[in-house]
Design a protein around this ligand. Sequence first.
Ligand code: C2E
Ligand code: CA
Ligand code: CA
Length: 656
Amino acid sequence: MFKQVKAILTIESGNPELVQAQLAAFTKQVPLLYFMLVTNTIALTVTHYDAAPAYLTLYIPAVLYAVSLFRLVHWWFSRHRQYTHEEAAGRLSSTYRLTALLGAGFCAWSLSLFPYGNAYQQSHVAFYIANTVIGCIFCLMHLRAAALALTAIVLGPFTVFFAATGNPVFTALALNVALVTVAMVFILLTYYRDFRALIQSQKELTARQAETQRLSDENHRLANLDSLTNLPNRRQFRAELERRIAGAEAGGKGLALGLIDLDGFKPVNDTFGHGIGDKLLVEVGERLSGFVARGVFPARLGGDEFGLVFEGVPSADRLHALGEEICAALQEPYVFNGQTARVSGSLGISILGEAGTAADRLFDRADFALYLAKQNFRGTTVVFSAEHEAEINEQGRVQQALRAADFESEMHLVFQPVVDADTDGISAYEALARWESPSLGTVPPGVFIRAAEHAGIIGRLTGVLMRKALAAAATWPDHVRLSINLSTRDITSNKTVDALLEIIAESGIDPARIDIEVTETAVMRNFVLAAENLHRFADRGVGIALDDFGTGHSSLSYVHRLPLSKIKIDRSFIVDIATNELSRSIVKTIVDLSRNVGCVCVVEGMETREQVAALRKLGCRMMQGYYFARPQRLEETLAYQAAADTIVNAPIRKTG
Ligand code: C2E
Ligand code: CA
Ligand code: CA
């Protein structure tokens, strides 16, 4: 019981939300409280001014006014302040103490006026106390402890005092006020209980909301971060790019998008295992994060692809320079548990404004620049330029025409012989595609093959070309081989490979007469899958030729893991073979290498007698070049073949 009373009479400082709510509710009542107190007091001093001594009607009230005024001013200046829990609890305690003090003060003062007045004035005192204290209790409704303390401090003495006067009117009045007080305390306790319950439920609601928010934040974080590298993922990168584009446009600032694709990551995964592969990706993320201070925002877009947003880099030249620094950083060796892995990163950059505004366009153009980097300058940076724009438009037109093209009628093949320089006989024909587009005219294969790759229709095109090539080969003597070019997409598509193997089987041509040609770069794009599919061809007896050898950057260590039967030395080494010692030594090395790994070596692109002579000296035997023959139509190959057959072992002369 005593404990309960004590609890009711103390401030619940252990409940921060309640304390704050109490303070806020009470703060609103403060002006009213003091207004009532002061006006009632002034009224009482006025009615007693003549009857009572000055210390009671002037000086003591003046002190009370001063305290009230001080409180009011203090309230005014602090009415919008936010309080910490300790401060708020402190304020409630001081309000509690002050209420008790002021209650006792006002009560003692007003009772001391009682003896000086006549019956009317005495009634005023009784009325003043009862009236004022009830008003104050209402204002203190939210501070249960203070309100109850005030009730006890003022109404206790009041009732006793007036009951003790012996006057029946005052006795009745005292009893009356006592009854009202009991009713009021009851109301107060009920009200306060409800108030506290309301705050409690608000508190729970806020806690639930906070939990919901926390869960949603966590969800957001997980949905937007790449769990391996902790970099933003594609989704967030995209959102961030769009946000920054809007900012850059509004502020007239520069912005660029970079796309990185690692070169040689797959072999690292294969050789060292996925654990090291993952560590390498994490380190790539860290190296990219090292450029954050230079206005670079990195993200992992998936697999071995990373995205960058560049901000505040003023020109294409500066972007290129920064891009090269990033590429150099990625090329540094990666050392894990004493094992060293190496990859490089190709970077394609597109600049906002120059390359268009929408994020999609920026992505497309950065992707194009990346494609160029990967095709021609692995491990370096390509910044998308106006020339690239023209190229893309051209590509777009070509792709459109290609989609509408009837491959059967518009595409044909020409054949370039590979000559055995030892016997001067034709060892093979390489089939080379030609396209006469009704709308675009003659389109070079370098252009339409790439367009077909981009348009995703290369597999179908290769199928048509292979069927035509096999039909041509059927017209040649059995010892003449057929070489067919496959693109990257062909050898990394299981579906296309299935279809091509089917076409070969249906043709009735011995697979051992066929070579497929793939470039180093094509194989390196997805080494594992490419190697797997090349093995499928090799298993059927099809020969595999590595085309344009020497132009890629792949290391020879991967070459021996492919089922190669032929290596074709790129034309660029032959152009100056007669005069350049370096080209000669490169060709010599490749010839020796081919011999070591048991491959036939074919040299491409000799146009002069001098070149042929130089190549012969280096030990080259298989030759394919304009010096011997340009690519020719099927009818010509037959005529050529017939001519070659009639003049047995006659030297083949330059025809084109
Ligand atoms: P490639 O596979 O390296 O083919 C050899 C290219 O060098 C051919 O160009 C040929 O005409 C040219 N060439 C041969 N000897 C000489 C010479 O002495 N001097 C000069 N300047 N050039 C010579 P072409 O037919 O224009 O083909 C270009 C490239 O297009 C090919 O290079 C190949 O990568 C691609 N390509 C051609 N046909 C096909 C095809 O059916 N499928 C695929 N995927 N790619 C093809
Ligand atoms: Ca070729
Ligand atoms: Ca070639």
